[in-house]
Each structure stands twice: as structure tokens, then as C-alpha cells.
Design a protein around this ligand. Structure first.
Ligand SMILES: Nc1ncnc2c1ncn2[C@@H]1O[C@H](COP(=O)(O)OP(=O)(O)O)[C@@H](O)[C@H]1O
Ligand SMILES: CC(C)(COP(=O)(O)O)[C@@H](O)C(=O)NCCC(=O)O
Ligand SMILES: [Mn+2]
Length: 890
């Protein structure tokens, strides 16, 4: 079987440090004292033409800063954490440069180096298969650390003093083998240091890292950074370590036990003849421990021993029943043995952990190590033990990256890796195509490129039934027929939540920031709908599944409908269906799941199969059609008095929000050719009151009363949604109205395409076209440095006319139809600093997410509800109802 690494991305070449002219000046003042990766400018040389405006600069000595691979070689498993540098999109975005001038970004602490972006990958191998691991490292050239100016691993010779950081006993045991096979030395890091560093990093930087698991229910715990220490870290590997952690690098190993994961696996193997750890775990799922364990009831004639609080079903003595009669090992079923063993060991560890927590007065116990293996029953058993012995005083928590603490810690021990002060908002976890199939298991070489990915998918589908897949797929069907309700997995195999590694690839995006206008970023929850509810999840997954054929059609067409595009389309459909299928069964497989994540996963999945912009042509066509009627609309608006104009503008935004290729209902309207009719109709007679109608309050804030004219807003952030009529005939005229009133307007649009949403890259051109029809827009766009000629000549742009409110465009940092305000682009965060009005438009940004969000300034949420169920649930209304929610700032 082909290999899947979870992220088969294999970035080749083109990893040289690139800085552009105009940015050098920003780099100079940055403090060099931090431990962030820094640009080593020594020996910098310009490549190519010196006369060029933005020549590429090569940084030959840059390589020292970036570390790539760290290992934890344990008694049972080898854990690998590796970093791949990811080139950001070109920094040579003229819009951005002009924006910096207009908004006067402070830039003091701006970490705008593309050098910082990258991905952390997590992989494991069995220690017994160390050669497989060495092959993997070799095939990805992970041991060649550092960025070579000519690319990633073009260099064929490894330099003599190359080292990789490793922890765990194997760092000693296998050092020679690494030198021999890979030509690299191993620098040993202390195992306890690494475990603690890894745990602290995860608890600080990953939002939904820790969770409780009780009676089958997983619940993510939000850890308060200021209230993390002290805690007890219990790492259950082959053996068990218990560490009291008091701070960064402050800890003491207070206890341990030799009865650990190796004991379960070793004894289990002897007693059941199992061939693999997973098989042993699987057996336990069908076992009944009462056959072997001696229960309190067995001793007390079926009764509880209530005086000391023991119920009849409590295990009095693990394996105790085996003393009776003359049964041989063969007389017991492997299933029952496995379960008794699992409970014996889990309870024992839970109890010792609790006693140590008690000893030091610790309330929180985090359990890590691969013994846990995301296995629901194991976690429940440990939780039960802690709860039972502490009488509810202490709580067991688990970590999503359970087995990778040591490896992560070893990674952190590289100097200047820049990870130690990364915050949760700078990390985005993604689950690539392989995630639903094999998680972290690696077999064979990694996937090299897209075509390998696709053929892997095709082969997988053909052989689907032979391979133990947590989420088997329906046989290959025609393009786009995905569906997520696939046949259940092979009887007796581990449930999907038990069988795969629940960690994705961590994308480090240092330019992401928390939106500064969130009223309370700590309590902010972007998603409106709770997908942990089974019905809700089933409904939305069905919606997405039914939309798949149309989406694949569009995607394939956007790439010219070639054979290659069709193959990619099929592969995309299957990959996304597999994600959905997994999430249906196991909603928290990828962390806390919301609708926003699901929509974004779909876009990411499209990008993985190189569908860069599935709705490109559709967007262009709709933009052209809308621009053609803009003049008429503006004339009509200008003939109105202020009050009716404001109402018409808001109506216009609501009506035009119908042009949505993401909604089933609207796609139907498009296909029937009736969408324009409906748009016209709703433009002409939008019945007020709307379903949510705060227009009057908004109007009062805007226009005031006869006696009192309120001052205009200083700066408005308009979060735009769809291309075509939505942005051109809806939001742009509203922006114009604000500009005319002296309010600066910042159009906030997606960084990457999602459905037919307009992107920040596309907006300047649209604005430039609109400017041809309207003086207000033209002057404002000029003042905002948006017009193409103005952009090209920023340096000699006309002196800003302070009486003119500028129109600007910023990207939001998102690549999906929703927005999570905990992670927005730094340019949006900067633009927000002077803003006192936020307008969120569309279902994705104003309803699915942020409907309940509160901001520090006036906020207007505008959307047409294009889904019946959402309309009922959210606003007690019907499909095509309008929402105009206005919340004045405090
Ligand atoms: N695929 C697997 N193969 C072997 N052991 C596994 C596997 N998955 C989980 N385990 C369990 O995880 C334990 C190893 O956990 P780990 O945290 O990697 O510790 P170590 O560093 O001692 O290898 C094993 O003893 C076993 O109980
Ligand atoms: C994907 C969307 C959030 C986009 O809506 P928009 O933000 O463009 O108003 C929306 O179309 C949606 O919720 N679609 C799924 C529901 C449905 O098809 O009915
Ligand atoms: Mn949209």
C-alpha cells in the first residue's frame, strides 16, 4: 500500500529567504533579543537584476535558524516532529504596500518575515521498525536541517557536524545507526525536560489541546494561561513517569510506575497471541472482564460492601477469578483477558496518579503517552479511577498530542526555533486528505506529489475493503458523488475514534492576530451552531454532501474540464467525503468542530487537489454583469432623500446577498434561471419589518433626528461576502454612502477564495471599474491608494487630501466562508484599531459565525437567510428572510 503521512505535501525547492526592497527598512528596528527565528542578513546578496524594483535577495547564512526534525525514540515507539518551511504567498502585493502607507501601520513588532511560516508534522513508527523510520527521514531529507540558499535539499552531501535533536532511550541506543545510515549525529536531550517542555507548549499554544473524557463524552477544556501551574503530568509510555510541573522548565519527577503501556502490550501479547497493539485494544472492546476479574459481589455473595463504599460490581481483584476451578489460559477468551488487563493497568495508573496529586495538593492531572492512543475506553477508565479515588476532587485530562510531548520538547530545545512564544491564534491545525484513512500510521515512502496522492486515492478505493480503514468508503462512483454515510467498518475493528491519530498538521502563521475589537476574546465563540449535537451534525453534513456534485462540476470546469481535472475532482470528492464520514462518527476527531471548520475544511481540501478558485469564471461573469448596471443604481440612489436612500441601501445589501453558490436553495435558483427574478423582486419590495429588524436604531445612529445630527463614524470595516451583485450592487453603494458622510471605509475580504466570495486580491480591480462610474468612489479609492495607477506610483501619490475619506481593502486572513475573529490577518487587526463601525455581511460571517459575537464598537450584521432550517432555528423565520441586527458599541 502506498504511504500516507497525514500531510503528503512534499515541498520542493524554492525555500530561499526572500526579502523585498521596501521591507528592509521595516526589518531594521526589530528587536533581535527575542527567540523568534531571525533573519540572518550577513552575506546577503541580490540575485539577478540590480535595477529591478524588488530584486530577490539571497540569504546564504539564513539556514542556521530553522530546525527541522526532532525525535523521541522510546521503548515501544519512535515519535517524529518535523518542521517544513512554507513559503508564504508573494509579499510583493502592491495593495499591501500602499495600505501600509495609508493606514500608517506601526510595524514595530510586525513579524512580516515570510521566513516564519511553516508546518509542524507529527508522525510515529514502531521502534522495532526503526529502518522504516530511517527510510522516511531519508526520503524526506529531514536530517538535512536548515534552509539551503539554493533550496530545501538540493545539497547532496550532509555536512559533518549536522545533528538532530532526540530524546528517549533510543537517542543513546541508536546514535550509531543514525550516523551510519544518515550521516548525522544525535544530540541527546533529557527526556523529562522534553516531556515538560512539550506539555507546556501544547497547553499554551493549542486552543483545544486538553479534554476530559467521561462515560464516552469528550469535552474540550479551555486552559487559562495564567492558571496552568502547578499540575501533574502523567506520561504513560512503555513505563510511566509522574511529574509535578510548576512552570516553564520548573518540575520534579515525583513518581512513576513500571506497570505501564509496555506491560499491557507485553502481557497482552503473551496471553492473547495478538500480533499488534491495536489488535489487543480491539479485542478489549468485545471483552467482558467479569469472567476473569474477581468482583466485590463475587466475594460478598452478590451484595455491595456498602459500609466501605464498594459496590458489588467493583473489581476486588484483577484476574482473581482465575484462581478458581482448573481453567487453563485457553479456556479464557482473548477478548476478556485483554479487557481485564486494560482495566487493571489503567486503574492502577489512575490510582497512583491520584495519590501523587494528593501528595502535592494538585487538582489537575494531564495524561499523555501513547498507551492512551485516543482510545475512549482507556480514557474513561483512567478518568473513572481518578474520580473514584479522589471522590471527585481531582480531574483527569487528556492531550490530543498525547504521545508527542517528548518529541515536541526535543524540537523546542533547538535554539531560535521561534516556537516558544507562539500563541494559539498563530497556529492553524489542518487535516489533509490522508487523515481520515490512516492518521499517523506510516507505511512505505511518503507521497511525493499530487499525482501520487490521486493514484493513492484511486488504489485505496479499489482495495478499500482489504485495508483496515477506519472510515471505509463507498465504491468509486462518478464524479462528485460523495456522500458521507458509508458502510460501517469491518466488524470488531477499532472504532474510528480509537483507530487513528487525531492530530493534523500544525500550520504556523505568525501573522495571525486576535481581532482587537472583540468585546471579550476569552469567551468569544465563533460558531453559532453546536455540531456536537448529532442531529445538527447530520443535517449539515447532509447539506454539504448534497452540494458536492455541483461543487465538483464547478471545480473541474474551472480547470478547463480536462481529464486531469476530472481525476482531481474525483479524488477531492472522495477525500472530502471521507473527512465528513469520519466527523459524522467522531465529531471531535479534529478538535472542537463547528460549521466554520467544516466549510473551511472543504476549501482546504479543494486546494489540496489544486483547485485554486473553483468559481473563478462565475465570479467574473457576475462581476461584469453587475458593473454594467451600477451607474443606473447609483443614479437611482442619488435621486432619493437621505432617509430613503439609507433604507434602500440596506435593502440592496440584503437582497443581493442571495447570490450565493454555497446554498442548496440558491444553486437551484441559479440552475432554474430564476435567481435574477427573485433578486429583482426582493429589491423592489422587501417587506419590513424584516425578520430581525434594527434598522431604525441604526438609522438614528447614522442620521440622528431633526434636532441632533450625530457625528459620522471615523472608520468602518465592511466585511464583504459574495462577488457580483452582492459586493458591487450591495456593499459598494453602502460603502459609498459612508464615504460621502466622511467615514473612512475598509473593505475586508477573504485572503483565499471560498465559494463565490470575493477576495481581497480581486477587490482593487472591481473598485477601479466602479470608480469609472462614480466620482466619490474614484476619489476615495485614490485617497486609499487603491486605484491601479495610484498603486503603481505610491511613492509619488498625491499628497493626501485630509477632507477625503479613503476607501481601502484589507484581507481577513481566512480561506473559508465564515470568520473566526480569534485568528485574523495582521493588516485587518491594524485597520481595526481606528474603527468604530463593523458591518458583517452574509450568512457565513454574520449568522453561522458571529451571530452572537459582541464587539467593542457599533456593529451591523446583515444577511439573507438562505436555508430553511437555519431560519427556523436562529430567527424563528423562513428561508429568504432578512436579518438586520444592529448592536451599538458600549
Ligand atoms: N502501534 C503501537 N505499537 C506499539 N505500542 C503502541 C502502539 N500504539 C500505542 N501503543 C502503546 O503505547 C506505548 C508506548 O507509548 P509511548 O508514549 O510511545 O512510550 P515509549 O516512549 O516508551 O515508546 C506502548 O507500550 C503501547 O502500550
Ligand atoms: C456557505 C454559506 C455559508 C455561504 O453563505 P454567504 O456567507 O455567502 O451568505 C451558505 O451558503 C450556507 O450556509 N450553505 C449551506 C446551507 C444550504 O445549502 O442550505
Ligand atoms: Mn459567501
Amino acid at each position: 500500500m502506498g504511504g500516507v503521512t497525514g500531510d503528503p505535501d512534499f515541498e520542493k525547492g524554492n525555500l530561499r529567504g526572500k526579502i523585498k526592497e521596501g521591507e528592509q527598512s521595516e526589518m531594521a528596528p526589530i528587536s533581535r533579543s527575542s527567540s523568534r527565528p531571525q533573519l540572518d542578513l550577513s552575506g546577503a546578496a541580490i540575485q539577478g537584476n540590480f535595477e529591478e524594483r524588488n530584486p530577490t535577495i539571497i540569504l546564504p547564512n539564513q539556514s542556521d535558524d530553522i530546525s527541522h526534525l526532532a525525535l523521541d525514540i522510546g521503548g515501544s515507539l519512535i515519535k517524529l516532529v518535523y518542521f517544513s518551511r512554507h513559503e508564504d504567498r508573494p509579499v510583493d502585493d502592491k495593495r499591501k504596500r500602499s495600505l501600509k502607507q495609508r493606514l500608517g501601520f506601526p510595524n514595530v513588532n510586525r513579524r512580516s518575515y515570510p521566513i516564519l511560516g511553516g508546518r509542524l508534522h507529527f508522525v510515529k513508527f514502531e521502534t522495532a521498525e526503526i529502518n522504516e523510520c530511517l527510510d522516511f527521514i531519508n526520503s524526506k531529507q529531514l536530517h538535512r536541517g536548515g534552509i539551503n540558499p539554493r533550496g530545501w535539499h538540493v545539497n547532496s552531501s550532509v555536512n559533518d557536524d549536522a545533528i538532530i535533536k532526540a530524546t528517549g532511550g533510543g537517542a543513546y541506543k541508536f546514535a550509531d545507526l543514525f550516523k551510519e545510515r544518515l550521516g548525522v549525529g544525535i544530540e541527546k536531550e533529557d527526556e523529562m525536560d522534553c516531556l515538560v517542555a512539550g506539555a507546556n507548549f501544547l497547553l499554551k499554544a493549542i486552543r483545544h489541546e486538553a479534554f476530559t473524557h467521561m462515560e464516552g463524552q469528550k469535552e474540550f477544556v479551555q486552559i487559562d494561561q495564567n492558571d496552568l501551574f502547578p499540575y501533574l503530568l502523567v506520561n504513560i509510555g512503555s513505563g510511566v513517569s509522574m511529574i509535578k510541573v510548576d512552570g516553564e522548565g520548573k518540575f520534579q519527577r515525583v513518581s512513576g510506575t513500571n506497570v505501564g503501556g509496555g506491560t499491557y502490550w507485553g502481557l497482552g501479547k503473551l496471553l492473547t497471541k495478538c500480533k499488534s497493539f491495536d489488535e489487543l485494544l480491539e479485542l478489549s472492546q468485545r471483552g467482558d472482564n467479569r469472567v476473569i476479574d474477581m468482583l466485590v459481589g463475587d466475594i460478598y455473595g452478590g451484595m455491595d460492601y456498602s459500609k466501605i463504599g464498594l459496590s458489588a460490581s467493583t473489581i476486588a481483584s484483577s484476574f482473581g477469578k482465575a484462581i478458581f476451578g482448573n481453567k487453563e489460559l485457553e479456556d479464557y477468551s482473548p477478548e476478556d483477558i485483554s479487557l481485564s488487563l486494560l482495566r487493571m493497568i489503567s486503574y492502577n495508573i489512575g490510582q497512583i496518579a491520584y495519590l501523587n496529586a494528593l501528595r502535592f495538593g494538585l487538582k489537575r492531572i494531564f495524561f499523555g503517552g501513547f498507551f492512551i492512543r485516543g482510545h475512549a475506553y482507556t480514557m474513561d477508565t483512567i478518568s473513572f479511577a481518578v474520580q473514584f479515588w479522589s471522590k471527585g476532587e481531582a480531574q483527569a485530562m487528556f492531550l490530543r498530542h498525547e504521545g508527542f510531548l517528548g518529541a515536541l520538547g526535543a524540537f523546542m530545545s533547538y535554539e531560535k526555533h521561534g516556537l516558544d512564544d507562539l500563541m494559539a491564534h498563530q497556529l492553524v491545525e489542518r487535516f489533509p486528505m490522508g487523515a481520515p484513512y490512516v492518521g499517523g500510521k506510516i507505511h512505505g515512502p511518503p507521497l511525493g506529489d499530487l499525482s501520487e496522492k490521486i493514484s493513492w486515492m484511486e488504489k485505496f478505493l479499489q482495495k478499500g475493503t482489504e485495508i483496515l480503514a477506519p472510515v471505509p468508503l463507498a465504491p468509486l462512483r462518478t464524479t462528485g458523488l460523495g456522500g458521507f454515510d458509508s458502510p460501517s467498518s469491518k466488524g470488531g475493528s477499532l472504532r474510528s475514534d480509537d483507530a487513528t491519530l487525531n492530530v493534523g498538521v500544525l500550520h504556523l502563521v505568525p501573522t495571525l492576530e486576535v481581532f482587537p475589537l472583540l468585546a471579550d476574546s476569552k469567551t468569544y465563540e465563533p460558531n453559532t451552531i453546536d455540531l456536537s449535537d448529532h442531529n445538527e451534525r447530520e443535517y449539515w453534513l447532509t447539506v454539504l454532501s448534497e452540494h458536492l456534485p455541483d461543487l465538483v462540476d464547478k471545480a473541474v470546469a474551472s480547470e478547463g474540464g480536462t481529464e486531469d481535472a476530472k481525476r482531481r475532482g474525483d479524488a477531492f470528492a472522495h477525500a472530502f467525503s471521507a473527512h465528513m464520514s469520519r466527523l459524522m462518527k467522531e465529531p471531535s476527531a479534529y478538535g472542537k468542530l463547528g460549521l466554520a471548520n467544516l466549510f473551511e475544511l472543504r476549501e482546504e481540501c479543494l486546494r489540496e487537489f489544486q483547485f485554486v478558485d473553483a468559481y473563478r469564471t462565475i465570479k467574473q461573469r457576475e462581476n461584469e454583469a453587475s458593473l454594467a448596471v451600477l451607474t443606473d443604481l447609483l443614479m437611482e440612489l442619488d435621486s432619493m432623500d437621505e432617509e430613503s436612500r439609507l433604507l434602500t441601501l440596506i435593502e440592496g445589501v440584503l437582497a443581493a446577498n442571495i447570490f450565493d453558490w454555497g446554498s442548496r436553495a440558491c444553486v437551484d435558483l441559479y440552475h432554474k434561471g430564476t435567481i435574477i427574478e427573485i433578486y429583482r423582486m426582493s429589491r423592489n419590495k422587501m417587506q419590513r419589518p424584516w425578520r430581525v429588524d434594527d434598522f431604525d436604531t441604526f438609522k438614528e445612529r447614522m442620521l440622528g433626528s431633526a434636532e441632533k445630527k450625530p457625528p459620522p463614524h471615523r472608520r468602518a470595516l465592511l466585511f464583504v461576502d459574495n462577488s457580483g451583485a452582492d459586493v458591487i450592487l450591495g456593499m459598494l453603494p453602502l460603502a459609498r454612502e459612508l464615504l460621502r458622510r466622511g467615514t473612512e471605509v475598509v473593505l475586508v475580504a477573504n485572503s483565499l477564495p471560498a465559494l463565490n466570495d470575493v477576495t481581497a486580491m480581486e477587490l482593487p480591480e472591481i473598485v477601479a471599474e466602479a470608480a469609472k462610474h462614480c466620482d466619490i468612489i474614484r476619489k476615495a479609492a485614490e485617497a486609499g491608494g487603491l486605484l491601479m495607477d495610484a498603486i503603481v506610483n505610491i511613492q509619488d501619490a498625491p499628497k493626501e487630501d485630509s477632507s477625503l475619506a479613503p476607501l481601502m481593502v484589507v484581507e481577513n486572513g481566512c480561506g473559508g466562508p465564515c470568520i473566526d475573529f480569534r485568528q485574523v490577518s495582521s493588516e485587518l487587526a491594524d485597520a481595526a484599531k481606528g474603527a468604530d463601525l463593523i458591518i458583517l455581511e452574509g450568512m457565513g460571517r454574520a449568522l453561522h459565525t458571529n451571530f452572537n459575537a459582541r464587539f467593542k464598537c457599533d456593529t451591523l450584521k446583515l444577511a439573507m437567510v438562505k436555508n430553511q432550517r437555519l431560519a427556523e432555528k436562529l430567527v424563528n423565520g423562513n428561508i429568504y428572510d432578512s436579518v438586520c441586527r444592529y448592536e451599538p458599541g458600549p
